[in-house]
Design a protein. Structure first.
Length: 237
C-alpha cells in the first residue's frame, strides 16, 4: 500500500484517491473485492446536506467494523438486483457513514501521508500525455526534481513508480475502448502501445485474459454499454 507491504483482511475498507494505485493481495481468495467510485461532486453534495464539512480522506484503510456490514448489505442488494429505492437508501447510508468516519477520524485507521507537491504535478503531467513517450529524465527535468527523488516520492505517494503508473493509465484507457467496440489494434494505437501484441501481453499480465476476450465478454454482458468517441482523455483509476 503506497509502495509498502501491508496486510489487507476481509472486511477492511481501503480508501484511494483518484490518482492513486493500490496493489492488493487477498489472503482469502473466496472473498470478492467490492469497489465503488464516487464523483467528487457527489461527495461534496452529501457532505453539505448532512453538515459534514469538506470531504477529505484523512486515512488510507478502515478496520473491520459497522461500516463493513453496510458495504456488505449494499453489495448484496446490487447482486440481487433489488429495488432501486432500497439500493439508493443503502448507498446513501454508506456514503454518509464513510464521510463521517474518514473525514473526522472517529475510528482507528491507517493514517494517510500527504502527497508530495511534485508528485501531484508529475501525475497530472503523465495523465495528460499517457499515450506519448515521456522518459523519467524528461519528467524530472521538467519538474526540476532529481530523477531518483521523483521516482522515490512518486511510488511512496501513489503506490507505483512513474512508468508503471503510465502503463496502468494506458491499460485503463485501452480497456474502455475495447468495451466500446474498438479492435485490439485500434485500442493499442490510441493508447500508446507499439502494436496489438504488446497490448495483448500487457493486458494478460494485468487482468489475466486477452483484450479481445475482455471486450467481447463485456459487450455481450452489459446492456447499457454504448459506443464512445475515440479519445485520449485520461482514465479514472
Amino acid at each position: 500500500m503506497r509502495g509498502t507491504d501491508d496486510g489487507f483482511r476481509s472486511g477492511e475498507i481501503l480508501l484511494a484517491e483518484i490518482d492513486e494505485v493500490q496493489r492488493i493481495t487477498r489472503t482469502d481468495p473466496a472473498r470478492p473485492l467490492f469497489t465503488i467510485f464516487w464523483r467528487r461532486s457527489a461527495l461534496e453534495r452529501a457532505a453539505r446536506e448532512f453538515g459534514l464539512g469538506t470531504p477529505q480522506w484523512l486515512v488510507t484503510r478502515l478496520p473491520v467494523g459497522a461500516l463493513s456490514g453496510d458495504f456488505a448489505r449494499l453489495h448484496a442488494l446490487l447482486e440481487s438486483a433489488a429495488e432501486p429505492e432500497a439500493i439508493l437508501q443503502a448507498y446513501q447510508t454508506v456514503t454518509v457513514a464513510l464521510l463521517r468516519i474518514a473525514s473526522q477520524g472517529t475510528e482507528p485507521a491507517v493514517r494517510r501521508h500527504p502527497c508530495h507537491p511534485g508528485v501531484r504535478r508529475a501525475a497530472k503531467r503523465v495523465k495528460a500525455s499517457f499515450a506519448e513517450s515521456l522518459s523519467l529524465d524528461a519528467l524530472a527535468s521538467e519538474l526540476r526534481m532529481s530523477k531518483c527523488h521523483l521516482a522515490r516520492c512518486f511510488e511512496r505517494s501513489l503506490g507505483v513508480p512513474p512508468h508503471r503508473y503510465r502503463r496502468l493509465l494506458r491499460l485503463q484507457a485501452a480497456r474502455r475502448l475495447l468495451e466500446n467496440g474498438l479492435s485490439v489494434g485500434e485500442a493499442a494505437s490510441e493508447t500508446g502501445f507499439a502494436d496489438a501484441p504488446h497490448l495483448t501481453r500487457a493486458f494478460r499480465d494485468w487482468l489475466g485474459v486477452s483484450p479481445a476476450a475482455w471486450g467481447s465478454a463485456w459487450r455481450g454482458s452489459d446492456p447499457w454499454s454504448t459506443q464512445a468517441p475515440r479519445t485520449n482523455a485520461p482514465p479514472k483509476l
